[in-house]
Ligand binder design. Structure first.
Ligand code: AMP
Length: 215
């Protein structure tokens, strides 16, 4: 699942996991967990992520070879946050083919630049459990408190206006060519990501109709 930041990839990934019983793998969350734990990997990631720039491929390939294991491949998965570059999609394609699998479709959540910036500025995260919220699209029940922990929600370090602009620019230079590569193969499902969460989800399910799911 791909799309600019704030397009709702995480939310739709969770819904797909629930509905289809496949695994939702979110790379950004995994790296944030490493940062929160203060591991060596986390410290390295923070140097890139705080500035809103993409991590080197070697870190991504290490993580992907751990999470794309026998179980996830057998069950089926929705990858969110990766691939993000042409080099990554080519690596994943090769890795999966060697394991008799493949990425069937790329769900692309389309969002205008204005909408992207507006949504990102409204994003909040729980510093305790890492749950994501958006004050506009997925607001917490009370004020700006986490529904689960009742802790005050915070803004992510990579969601300052400067970091947002940098990430958006990078999305177009790095991720657009990757999407084009899959578009040429007829694998891209274009979804209007500006609609309400439920409508986006219905559109995704409709576009997946006829696709034989593993499991
Ligand atoms: P996200 O939560 O998906 O926006 O990811 C947050 C940050 O994690 C990105 O801005 C990158 O620095 C890093 N990251 C996550 N996935 C990848 C990836 N596939 N390639 C490079 N960097 C990544």
């Amino acid at each position: 699942i791909s799309g600019p930041q704030g397009s709702g990839k995480g939310t739709q990934g969770d819904l797909l996991e629930e509905k289809l019983g496949i695994i939702h793998l979110e790379t950004g969350d995994m790296f944030r967990a490493e940062i929160a734990k203060g591991t060596e990997l986390g410290k390295k990631c923070a140097r890139y992520m705080d500035r809103g720039i993409l991590l080197p491929d070697s870190i991504i390939f290490d993580l992907l070879s751990q999470i794309l294991n026998e179980e996830t491949i057998k069950k089926g998965f929705v990858l969110d946050g990766a691939p993000r570059r042409l080099s990554q999609i080519k690596w994943i394609d090769k890795y999966l083919v060697e394991r008799n699998s493949q990425i069937d479709k790329l769900i692309l959540l389309n969002l205008s630049r204005e909408e992207t910036i507006g949504r990102l500025s409204a994003r909040r995260i729980c510093p305790q459990c890492g749950r994501n919220y958006n004050l506009i699209t997925v607001p917490p029940k009370n004020d700006e408190l986490c529904d689960d922990c009742q802790v005050k929600l915070i803004t992510r370090d990579d969601e300052t206006p400067q970091a947002i602009a940098k990430r958006l620019e990078e999305y177009h230079t790095e991720t657009d060519p990757m999407i084009e590569y899959y578009r040429e193969q007829g694998k891209v499902l274009e979804i209007n990501g500006e609609q309400p969460v439920e409508k986006v989800f219905q559109d995704i399910l409709k576009s997946l109709e006829g696709l034989a799911l593993r499991g």
